[in-house]
Design a protein around this ligand. Structure first.
Ligand SMILES: [Zn+2]
Length: 173
């Protein structure tokens, strides 16, 4: 599961570094305690704990606490919440696609003008309010060809869609 590009990028974001993915790998293999994970991976115990709690903060890990009747010490058994990971990725992907589509609409339904000195980029209405003159420097505003921006957004949409489709095929029940 953690080799899927969306899962990987979500987890690396939380765990700060790809090498820490092994903590999740350990959880998935049923190594439920921070001590065992630290022992297996060689990562310092306080670092393992830090990332377990970080995963917990994102709702992607949970723990059960139990008291040892002899020592009276608490032990924590951790679990990686795969279903929550799937839910989060679906939600994030859908929100991101929505955002990209809104951005594309905005670029497609407007024409833009820029100051040749780089002060401002404005849509048609704003530019005509300023009478096609940059309010910062007084230069004539120039028509801005946004076809490259539109193409980049379209490419992004395609990529996100493809990744998301692949993800859903593999993981969504
Ligand atoms: Zn200007």
């Amino acid at each position: 599961m953690i080799n899927n590009p969306l899962v990987k990028s979500l987890l690396v974001n939380i765990l700060d570094d790809e090498s820490n993915l092994i903590i999740v790998q350990c959880l998935m293999e049923g190594m439920g305690t921070d001590e065992k994970i630290a022992e297996k991976t060689g990562i310092r115990l306080n670092i393992v704990r830090k990332y377990l709690y970080k995963l917990y903060d994102f709702g992607l890990a949970s723990y059960k606490r139990s008291k040892d009747p002899e020592t009276q010490w608490y032990s924590y058994v951790w679990k990686f919440e795969e279903d929550e990971v799937i839910k989060k990725i679906c939600k994030d992907s859908e929100e991101y696609l929505e955002y990209l589509n809104e951005r594309l609409d905005e670029e497609e339904n407007n024409i833009f003008f820029i100051c040749p000195e780089g002060h401002l980029k404005l849509d048609f209405n704003m530019t005509s309010e300023f009478e096609f003159i940059c309010p910062e420097c007084g230069e004539d505003m120039l028509f801005y060809d946004n076809s490259e921006i539109k193409n980049n957004i379209k490419e992004d949409i395609e990529n996100v869609k493809n990744d998301y489709e692949l993800f859903k095929e593999n993981f969504k029940k």
